[in-house]
Every structure is written in C-alpha cells, then in structure tokens.
Design a protein. Structure first.
Length: 330
C-alpha cells in the first residue's frame, strides 16, 4: 500500500557535489565565488541537473502542489511518505532515511555505475528523460523506469514569430568531444555552406552565454542550427521550439560519450533531439547531406509549427502530471 499522504507536501531532496579544489575547506569559499565568476565571464551559472530540479519544483507548484525541499525532519516524522531524490549521486549517497524513494531525474550516466541500485528496498522507481535512455537503462533496471521531462515555460519563452528578424540562422554549438575534429569536419563546412548561401548567422556556444542574451538572439532568429552529439532532454533547443523558431539538428544517431566503452561494447543508439517531430524542423546526419537538407528546411521554414509541439508534448503541466503519477503510486 502506498505511503503517500495527500495532506503532506511532495518531499524533494537535491544536493550538488562539493569538494575542496585548492586548499582544505575551500569548497565553501568556491560556493560563494563561482556564481560571481560566471556572471563576470558570461558563463552559464547553473547545471543541467539543477535546471531539471528547478523545472520540477516550478511545475509542481504551478499545479497547486506544495513542495518541501531538503526537509529531513519532515521526512523522518513520516517514514512511509515517499521522497524524490533529484540530481547528482551525492544526494543519494547522503540519504539515510527509511522513506521510499523516486530516483531522478539525474543521478547516473549509465546503470553500470550502480548495478545493484534496486537491491535497496527503499528505491521504487527511476525517472529518465528520454526514450533512448529508457531503452539503455531498461536493460539493467527492468520494471523500474518511468519517462519524465522537464517542462518548458511557455510564458517565459513566448512566441517570437512576429518579431523583427535579423539573423537567418542561429547556430547553437554544443559540440563537447573531439572538438578539433568536429570543428574541422562538421562545424566549419556547415558555416561555409551558410556563407555560400548568403545566410546571416551567429554562433552561440554552450556554457558561454547568459540566458537573457540567448532569449534576445532567439527573438531575432528565423531558425536554429543545433549541433550536439546527443541530449538526454535538450532544453535549449526546446526553448527555441517554444519561441516558434524551427530547428535544423545534427543527428549522428549514437551515444558518443568517450566513456561509452567503459560500459558498452557495442554502439548505443541516441538522439540529439529526443523530443522532435515534423512540426519542429529537420535533421541531417553529417556535412555531406547538410546542403540538401538545408535547402528543404529553408524552403518550408515558415510552415513549421514548433511551438505547437511544445504545447502538446513538453508543457509544465504534463511534467507535473508525470511526476505525480509516479510519486503518488509508489
């Protein structure tokens, strides 16, 4: 029988890993200095796991659900009430209460990091944020996986289709591994093709911009070229979709993380745009097929309806519903 008590809030625990970097106990000083450094350098001041956590809290509260964060005392008083452990493995490693748990989003890159995770009877369910991860984790955690997504706030990311546009293609560069090779064989040929066609473009590189600047660039852009090896959700390109900016995405088709060989002998199918449809734009495989796909993409750029896809598939309301279905059911 579920221990969920509807009179109690949803109990969420989130913790980021911290360690001393240069001197003993300097992690406390770094906690204060890091946000200032990121503001001064223009680097993003939050992580993907924190974005998921904040999105989950927002979705639940907008749905009228009370949320308590890191409230160990409340959880201890109600040991049969479920808790959600979100983010980095640190939150799981430090959790010593008897409550049943919903794990994720976040935690592990691969289930072999914690192959005996569900030997612990407290752990009841694991949330993953896309189908390719569900397929991968499902081989190791059968019957425990549930699909969840971080919701996109359609008020925060309004429709920009009627804005004055000065950028034909906003290039979102999230190439993470083998950069010299990727720049030479992918990024540079793609930019050369945009120049050959006389398309105005601007490159924004992951981790090196402020959110306000990104929002401004989206409002000025007719389309986006999204370059990333793979995504477990991909909220940046989904914010473009919500802004009604169609996306042309590089889709190599596989998990290219260099750590893959530690866990899997065979290639692992993956997606750079795990939430996508014909409404959103087009995909291409490499520099060779880019010109032809770009031609087709540009020919119908004004016909795409990416915001409609986000409204249907990625709303905050649907995000809250999916989480509560699992949380209340364990």
């Amino acid at each position: 029988m579920s221990g969920h008590d509807p009179s109690l809030p949803v109990l969420l625990f989130y913790r980021e890993p911290e360690k001393d970097r240069y001197l003993p106990l300097d992690r406390y000083a770094l906690r204060l200095v890091r946000p200032l450094y990121r503001r001064l350098t223009g680097r993003q001041s939050t992580t993907g796991f924190r974005v998921w956590f904040e999105s989950l809290v927002k979705a639940l509260r907008l749905a009228g659900v009370e949320v308590a964060i890191n409230d160990s005392a409340l959880a201890r008083r109600h040991p049969r009430h479920p808790v959600g452990l979100v983010g980095y493995p640190a939150v799981l490693e430090s959790f010593s209460l008897p409550n049943p748990t919903v794990l994720g989003p976040g935690l592990y890159d691969h289930p072999k990091v914690a192959p005996r995770l569900f030997d612990d009877p407290r752990h009841r369910a694991y949330l993953v944020t896309c189908r390719w991860m569900q397929d991968l984790f499902g081989r190791y955690y059968p019957g425990r996986l549930h699909l969840w997504h971080g919701g996109i706030d359609l008020v925060e990311w309004p429709d920009t289709r009627q804005h004055a546009k000065s950028i034909d293609v906003l290039v979102y560069d999230k190439l993470r591994w083998d950069r010299p090779l990727r720049e030479r064989e992918l990024l540079e040929p793609l930019l050369a093709e945009l120049r050959r066609r006389g398309l105005s473009h601007q490159v924004v590189r992951y981790g090196r911009y402020q959110q306000a600047d990104y929002r401004r660039l989206l409002a000025q852009s007719r389309s986006m070229l999204f370059l990333c090896e793979h995504e477990t959700q991909g909220m940046a390109y989904q914010e473009a979709l919500a802004s009604n900016v169609p996306v042309l995405a590089w889709e190599n088709g596989f998990w290219l993380d260099p750590r893959r060989e530690q866990y899997e002998a065979e290639p692992v199918p993956a997606s750079a745009v795990p939430y996508f449809s014909e409404e959103c734009g087009r995909r291409f495989v490499g520099a060779e097929d880019f010109p032809a796909v770009l031609e087709a993409f540009l020919a119908r750029a004004t016909d795409f309806e990416p915001r409609r896809f986000v409204e249907r598939e990625l709303s905050l309301g649907e995000s809250a519903r999916r989480y509560l279905e699992v949380y209340r059911g364990i």
